[in-house]
Design a protein around this ligand. Structure first.
Ligand code: ATP
Ligand code: MG
Length: 465
């Protein structure tokens, strides 16, 4: 009762600053660079059909933003006043999808256009707290969000000004409710409304700010950046499955290296990867180099249209956190290999509480790490068996990554590079040479010729002596 009274006093203060106009700035065809034939013809066609049927309909969000920046959009989104059921009634190839909010996917062969009904920001007044369509928790986080609204409402509930531009391909006009065009010109990520409140409503917006800043090479506007550090811990309460999706978008969009730097700087890395964040503190150079190299490598592969696996990425992000755990278990009397196994298991289990990495990825992470234990043991038939292992390539790439971050492996990466290149007799020689090495694990002279000359030049091999 008292709480309710207190809240009703507080309510007016909690009203958002309205940065969204009720009448938009309208840019005519000559005032912007967009051309309707640059957009997906299916998306344009959907807008036309919805308008003909008497609804409002626009291209919106990422596609308008990217097109204004000369970037090829990933996909095309349509926003409309028609409800999902009304949209479906217009298009035979439409399917209603979505749990968090209902959306319609319209299929044209392989292309899918997402059509969303205008939605309203969650009403902030206390009396709406119990409504069926929307609800918040005590920290202000929106838990459900399925309230339909007007075009103006729809602009206001969007996250950033640059994401709230509406393009009408029929009249070729752009509607700008939140000064998004100004922010595109000035290359700024700016939240619509009161930044602190908008982050509290949905803390994932902090990650989105970083993602767009890295992808577009934009700055985060001062007032939108300031609340991030204090609010970063709120990410701990986000469902781990949603964070998994977001983390993939952060690291698999081709700008992972820049994204990582920004996440660390804005203290968003800690709530996502707590153990790796600790490793960054007590072993900064190695941890930073290993993760950055892995991400730079991922970015390059994406630019070259090569496949990338989330397992390799997570294996790299978590690897620097392993040694401290292995050591702790060894100090408790566990032998090295079981300690490594147990540490890997603990680390992945803990990480999955934050980010729900599916089993189809956690298994290969373990295998990539196990491979690191096995790659030094090459004697007899072991090397050939390892080469046949389906996880060899990832394990070998991971070994090279560790070396490039400064880990001392006594030339193991180069040995494996040579072994793969060698013919049968060369391989036999290399294995035989292993027998001459000082210890039993297989490190040591790469080639007999060199080992007898005693003039090894490579640092890794020198270290074996
Ligand atoms: P891209 O698809 O290129 O990554 P995008 O801007 O299209 O970028 P989406 O995640 O596809 O991003 O979202 C589409 C639009 O929905 C955004 O442009 C934004 O307007 C809105 N939106 C998405 N997520 C949120 C959110 N958490 N809060 C507010 N608005 C959001
Ligand atoms: Mg999109």
């Amino acid at each position: 009762m008292l709480k309710k009274l207190f809240q009703s006093f507080r309510s007016p203060l909690r009203k958002p600053q309205q940065h969204v106009r009720t009448t938009p700035e309208v840019l005519s065809g000559s005032q912007h660079s967009l051309q309707r034939n640059q957009f997906s013809r299916y998306a344009v066609n959907i807008v036309e059909r919805l308008q003909t049927a008497g609804y409002q309909a626009y291209l919106v969000g990422g596609c308008v933003r990217d097109m204004m920046l000369g970037i090829t959009p990933k996909d095309f989104d349509v926003a409309t006043s028609a409800t999902p059921e009304q949209i479906r009634a217009e298009f035979r190839n439409a399917r209603i999808i979505g749990r968090r909010f209902k959306l319609v996917h319209i299929h044209f062969g392989r292309e899918i256009i997402e059509v969303a009904t205008f939605r309203a920001n969650h009403p902030i007044d206390d009396e709406d707290e119990d409504s069926n369509q929307s609800s918040r928790n005590e920290s202000g986080r929106i838990l459900r969000d399925n309230v339909y609204g007007t075009l103006e409402d729809d602009a206001q509930r969007r996250d950033f000004t640059i994401n709230a531009l509406y393009y009408d391909p029929v009249t070729e006009r752009v509607l700008d409710y939140a000064n998004g065009v100004h922010d595109i010109r000035n290359r700024l990520i700016r939240l619509i409304g009161d930044p602190q409140q908008r982050y509290k409503e949905d803390p994932v917006r902090m990650l989105r700010a970083v993602r767009f800043a890295a992808k577009l090479d934009f700055g985060i506007e001062k007032h939108s950046a300031t609340p991030i550090r204090p609010l970063a811990p709120m990410l701990r309460d986000i469902p781990s499955a949603r964070l998994f999706e977001e983390v993939l978008k952060l690291f698999l969009s081709g700008y992972a290296e820049a994204t990582f730097e920004m996440l660390v700087d804005l203290e968003l890395f800690e709530p996502l990867f707590p153990a790796s964040s600790k490793a960054l503190e007590y072993n900064p150079t190695y941890t930073h180099t290993l993760i950055s190299e892995a991400l730079a490598n991922t970015d390059l592969r994406i630019k070259q249209n090569k496949p990338v696996t989330p397992a390799f990425l997570f294996a790299a992000l978590l690897w620097p956190a392993l040694p401290a755990r292995v050591l702790r278990l060894q100090e408790r009397g566990m032998p090295p290999i079981p300690a490594m196994q147990e540490a890997a298991h603990e680390l992945i289990t803990e990480q999955c509480q934050r980010i729900a990495i599916p089993k189809r990825f956690t298994m290969p992470i373990r295998e990539i790490w196990d491979m690191q234990e096995r790659l030094p043991r090459r004697s007899g038939k072991r090397a050939d068996l390892l080469l046949e292992n389906p996880r060899f390539r990832a394990g070998y790439d991971f070994l090279l990554l560790r070396e490039s971050a400064g880990e001392e492996t006594e030339g193991l990466g180069e040995w494996w590079t040579d072994y793969q290149d060698a013919n049968d007799s060369g391989r036999r020689d290399m294995i035989r040479d292993l027998g001459n090495k000082p210890d039993a694990t297989g490190q040591g002279p790469r080639k007999r010729r060199r080992s007898s000359s005693g003039k090894r030049k490579r640092a890794g091999v020198d270290g074996a002596e």
